[in-house]
Design a protein around this ligand. Structure first.
Ligand SMILES: *[C@@H]1O[C@H](CO)[C@@H](O)[C@H](O)[C@H]1NC(C)=O
Ligand SMILES: *[C@@H]1O[C@H](CO)[C@@H](O)[C@H](O)[C@H]1NC(C)=O
Ligand SMILES: *[C@@H]1O[C@H](CO)[C@@H](O)[C@H](O)[C@H]1NC(C)=O
Ligand SMILES: *[C@@H]1O[C@H](CO)[C@@H](O)[C@H](O)[C@H]1NC(C)=O
Ligand SMILES: *[C@@H]1O[C@H](CO)[C@@H](O)[C@H](O)[C@H]1NC(C)=O
Ligand SMILES: *[C@@H]1O[C@H](CO)[C@@H](O)[C@H](O)[C@H]1NC(C)=O
Ligand SMILES: *[C@@H]1O[C@H](CO)[C@@H](O)[C@H](O)[C@H]1NC(C)=O
Ligand SMILES: *[C@@H]1O[C@H](CO)[C@@H](O)[C@H](O)[C@H]1NC(C)=O
Length: 483
């Protein structure tokens, strides 16, 4: 009988069950159904759950102190452990996190270059909801925060890198009881400071485009006495990331990409999750609803779609029956010389595909666009703490312009007919032509310098955005990193 005890010993020591309330598991130990790991201060729990009426098991992380099961991360979202098969989560002897369905591995952290001899490895659940795999002296080798599912919580970073092309995205669940990747995903545009939301691979919604050379912060303020700040941080290696933080730790909040395709900011208030902000909501929020060279004007005009000044519907027939996607075309082709001018629009969600032209003054930004006939529009932003502005040019059809006086910016659209342009603009265009012809690009006057110096002063817009009394404040302060 001794061999049996021996066997039992081996089996039990290779799957050490856990006692209650630990925040980590070590190599060769495991948790099974009905067992959890709890973060040190008790904020988050990790364990198996079955969403809704589903009978499958998933390894997930959820708020430990909120009575309604709210999962922020799922490991085996696409590989459920079916009913009847015992789910196991363990740190395997090769130092990976694995989810097993019986004996079959259904999910692994797949940490590459695992050295053959791992002597110590453990997985710890932190109080910010991050599950971290640590390999002895090698330290952290894997973070659940780097592999998000549909939820973004404070201290998490979502990033993209235009040099490596690496992009992190949140992907919606299929529905409330199926965590498999749904059709919606959201992430940062690697080429401009903008958040993009896709339906399958088609653009579905995007944020306004922010302009900065280093970082940008903005925020939400709610009547709950709670504010959320998010900031874009631009790094030298081409990486851009977004983080968010809140004014108080006592209100739990999260961004979740719902199965419906809406990105929502939610806060737990006493007994329920309250939606503080969500997009897309109105007709004009949907990407390119009116087609190219249009402006979508919710609550301003009926119908909401209008051609930009100097443009007419591409197909009047389609336009008259409410088929907007064809958009508008120029009344007169650009002359690419003195015949062209710019029409100014204020309170605008800037079009997609902005190109950042670095180190330009305000007049140089106009000139930059003016001298290249493929340039269809320009806009600029003052950047605090820098003696430059950020100049944006567009070289494509202008799509997804929305009139949105709350979060809006100023856009200058190039047209042929100078008669269109109001007097101040005409004056500006004449000025452009003169300086263009006479002095060329390299003009830097004292006056210009003064303007640029004044561009230090950041303006602050206080913006009331739809939904539950949430204010969205643009330009809360640039180059501030909220940590
Ligand atoms: C897990 O908990 C559920 C509900 O409390 C119970 O029905 C089930 O038998 C438990 N399973 C195991 C393996 O302990
Ligand atoms: C889940 O089960 C409950 C109770 O049986 C039912 O009311 C609900 O409609 C079910 N949900 C789905 C999505 O089937
Ligand atoms: C983990 O288990 C394997 C196989 O049972 C064993 O070879 C290894 O020594 C164990 N590692 C540790 C650190 O206990
Ligand atoms: C694990 O990673 C390797 C390379 O890092 C990749 O080729 C492989 O497909 C991954 N396996 C899984 C199951 O994700
Ligand atoms: C452009 O063409 C449309 C339709 O022909 C016309 O209504 C509009 O007045 C024109 N605009 C300009 C500035 O010529
Ligand atoms: C922009 O200006 C800054 C400071 O004046 C300078 O360090 C930087 O090299 C310039 N960048 C480009 C692309 O010219
Ligand atoms: C105009 O801009 C386009 C797009 O950036 C670029 O490909 C082209 O070379 C530019 N032309 C001139 C004359 O600068
Ligand atoms: C930038 O600053 C200049 C000078 O203070 C000001 O005239 C201009 O309106 C500002 N532009 C924006 C977009 O805030």
């Amino acid at each position: 009988m001794q061999w049996l005890w021996c066997l039992l010993f081996i089996v039990s020591s290779s799957f050490l069950p856990l006692s209650a309330s630990v925040n980590s598991i070590s190599i060769n130990s495991s948790i099974s159904i009905n067992q959890t790991i709890i973060s040190a201060e008790g904020k988050f729990a990790l364990g198996f759950f079955s969403p809704g009426n589903s009978t499958s098991s998933y390894l997930g992380i959820w708020y430990n102190t909120i009575p309604k099961l709210t999962v922020i991360w799922v490991a085996n979202r696409a590989y459920p452990v079916p009913k009847g098969s015992p789910p196991v989560f363990r740190v395997s002897e090769d130092g990976n996190l694995v989810v097993l369905s019986g004996r079959e591995v259904v999910w692994t952290s797949n940490v590459s270059d695992i050295s053959a001899s791992i002597h110590s490895a453990d997985a710890v659940l932190l109080d910010n909801g991050n599950l971290v795999l640590r390999h002895g002296e090698d330290g952290d080798v894997w973070h659940s925060f780097d592999h998000p599912t549909d939820t973004f919580v404070p201290e998490m970073r979502i990033s993209s890198n235009k040099k490596t092309g690496k992009e992190m995205r949140l992907t919606s669940w299929v529905n409330g009881e199926d965590p498999r990747p749904g059709i919606f995903s959201i992430g940062i545009d690697p080429n401009r400071l903008q958040v993009n939301l896709w339906k399958r691979d088609e653009p579905y919604w995007r944020s306004n485009v922010y302009a900065t050379t280093s970082s940008y912060a903005t925020g939400f303020e709610s009547k709950l006495g709670f504010s959320a700040y998010f900031s874009f941080v631009v790094q030298d290696d081409g990486e851009v990331y977004l983080v968010y933080s809140t004014s108080t730790n006592t209100v739990r909040s999260r961004f979740t990409l719902a199965p419906s395709g809406r990105i929502q900011l939610l806060a737990w208030v006493q007994i329920a999750w309250i939606v503080l902000w969500q997009e897309p909501l109105d007709t004009c929020d949907f990407y390119g609803y009116c087609g190219p060279f249009t402006i979508c004007q919710q609550y301003v005009s009926i119908p909401v779609c209008n051609c930009l000044k100097g443009f007419q519907p591409k197909s009047h027939n389609a336009w008259n029956v409410g088929k907007w996607t064809g958009g508008c075309v120029r009344n007169n082709t650009l002359s690419c010389d003195n015949g062209d001018g710019f029409v100014k629009y204020e309170g605008i969600k800037l079009p997609d595909h902005a190109v950042t032209m670095r180190n330009k003054s305000i007049n140089e930004c106009e000139l930059e666009c003016f001298k290249n006939c493929s340039c269809t529009a320009y806009a600029y932003e003052n950047v605090t703490n820098e003696v430059t502005i950020v100049c944006l040019n567009w070289f494509t059809e202008l799509v997804d312009i929305q009139s949105n006086s709350f979060t809006g910016r100023v856009l200058y659209v190039r047209v042929h007919n100078i008669k269109l342009v109001d007097d101040s603009q005409k004056h500006k265009s004449t000025h452009i032509r003169k300086s263009f012809i006479a002095v060329g690009v390299a003009i830097v006057s004292i006056g210009l310098l003064i303007i640029v110096v004044f561009s230090y002063f950041w303006r602050r817009e206080k913006l009331i955005r739809k939904g539950n009394g949430v204010s969205l404040m643009g330009h809360l302060g640039r180059n501030n990193q909220f940590s």
